[in-house]
Design a protein around this ligand. Structure first.
Ligand code: NAD
Ligand code: SER
Length: 313
C-alpha cells in the first residue's frame, strides 16, 4: 500500500492535494500534516500529524512510524509574506527541504515532491514564453530560496540518486482554501469581491500579465509527475508549467461577462515590483514531452467555476 505524507496540508494547494490523493490511493494511505493541532474539516477523512517541518527529529519519527515512502513538501513562506520576513523565509524554505532530502538520501523516503515557482525567474529573463533553460536572476527572497532549492534537488538526484520531482507552479487559482500570501493572490481575491457584489481594489496594475493556473490542473500535474516512470523525468531541478497567461483586466473582463455590474479599481502596492520581475507566459514543452503534461482549463472555464463555487466552500 502506498504511504505518502503531505507537509503543509492545510494550505491552498495541500487541502486539495490531500483530498485528490486520498480519492486515488485511499484515505489511510495519505497522511496530512501541518503546524496546527486542530485538523481542518477537509482533511478529517484520514490520518493527520501535527508537524513543524523544521523539527527534523519529529519529521523522521512520523515518517518511520507510518512507513511513509513519498513526501509532498508544501510548507513554505510565499513571495509577499517572505519579503516581510526574509531571514525566516530563507530558514523555513531551505531547512524544510534539507530535512526531507536528507531522509531520502538515507533511503528512508523513496520519492519527494517539492514545488518551485515562476519566482525563480527575474527581470533579465525573457518574459514571453519563458524557456525551461534561461537567465535566472530572482530578486525576491522567495525566488532566491526556490532557485537554491532547485539546484539542491538536482544535486541530491545526481549525487545521491534521490528521486525528487518538482514543478515551477504558476499563480494558482482555487476556491477551497485561501492563498497564503503570494503576489498572484489577487487572482483569487477578485472572485470574492465579484461574488459579494463589491468593487475590487487590485494591488497590481491592470496590464500586469502573469502565468496562472486553475488548481485542478495543478493537482493533476503534480500527481501525474509523481506517478510517471522515473526514467521519463529528465529534469530534476524543476519543470516549467504554463497555464493561463492573463492580466487583471482580462480576468475582470471575463468576470464582467458573467456579472455585468462588477467594478474594479487599481491601487498597486509593493507586490507590483515582484510581479514586474516575473514572466508573463511560460514555455512548458519539456513537461509536455517528458511526462505528457496538458492543461485543461482556459480563462473562461476557470472564471465560470470560480464564480459558481467561491464563498460556497
Ligand atoms: P500556503 O501558504 O497556502 O500553505 C502552506 C502551508 O504550510 C500552510 O498551511 C502552513 O501552515 C504550512 N506551514 C508553514 N510553515 C510550516 C512548518 N514549519 N511546518 C509545517 N507546515 C508549515 O501555500 P500554498 O499556496 O499551498 O503553497 C504550497 C507550496 O507551493 C509552497 O512551497 C509554495 O511556494 C508553492 N507554490 C505555490 C503557488 C501558489 O500560487 N499557491 C505557486 C508557486 C509555488
Ligand atoms: N503564487 C506564488 C506567489 O505569488 C508564486 O509562487 O508567491
Amino acid at each position: 500500500m502506498k504511504k505518502a505524507i503531505v507537509i503543509g496540508a492545510s494550505g491552498q494547494i495541500g487541502t486539495e492535494l490531500v483530498v485528490e490523493l486520498r480519492k486515488r490511493f485511499g484515505n489511510d494511505s495519505i497522511i496530512a500534516s501541518d503546524l496546527g493541532t486542530t485538523v481542518k474539516e477537509a482533511l478529517k477523512d484520514g490520518p493527520y500529524e501535527q508537524l513543524d517541518v523544521m523539527d527534523a527529529d519529529r519529521l523522521r519519527k512520523i515518517i518511520v512510524t507510518h512507513e511513509v515512502q513519498e513526501v509532498y513538501l508544501l510548507a513554505a513562506l510565499l513571495s509577499a509574506t517572505a519579503e516581510k520576513n526574509p531571514d525566516f523565509a530563507w530558514k523555513l524554505n531551505m531547512e524544510g527541504l534539507f530535512n526531507v532530502l536528507n531522509l531520502a538520501k538515507e533511503g528512508i523516503v523513496k520519492k519527494v515532491f517539492w514545488p518551485s515557482s515562476i519566482a525563480v525567474f527575474g527581470s533579465n529573463t525573457p518574459s514571453d514564453n519563458t524557456p525551461q533553460y534561461t537567465i535566472m536572476e530572482p530578486s525576491t527572497v522567495y525566488g532566491i530560496s526556490k532557485l537554491a532549492g532547485e539546484r539542491w534537488c538536482e544535486y541530491y538526484a545526481k549525487q545521491y540518486q534521490v528521486d525528487v520531482r518538482s514543478i515551477r507552479y504558476p499563480g494558482l487559482i482555487s476556491y477551497t482554501s485561501l492563498p497564503g500570501g503570494g503576489t498572484t493572490d489577487y487572482a483569487v481575491d477578485i472572485f470574492y469581491s465579484a461574488k459579494k457584489n463589491e468593487k475590487y481594489t487590485c494591488f497590481l496594475k491592470e496590464d500586469t500579465a502573469l502565468p496562472m493556473m486553475y488548481m485542478e490542473d495543478a493537482i493533476r500535474a503534480t500527481i501525474d509527475l509523481m506517478e510517471a516512470p522515473a526514467e521519463d523525468i529528465k529534469i530534476r531541478s524543476s519543470y516549467n508549467l504554463g497555464g493561463i497567461s492573463c492580466t487583471p483586466t482580462e480576468i475582470y473582463a471575463a468576470i464582467k461577462q458573467e456579472r455585468p455590474s462588477f467594478e474594479i479599481e487599481y491601487n498597486p502596492d509593493f507586490r507590483q515590483k515582484i510581479a514586474d520581475s516575473w514572466p508573463s507566459s511560460i514555455d512548458d514543452s519539456h513537461a509536455q514531452s517528458d511526462w505528457g503534461w496538458k492543461g485543461e482549463f482556459d480563462l473562461e472555464k476557470m472564471v465560470k467555476i470560480m464564480l459558481e463555487n467561491v464563498l460556497e466552500h
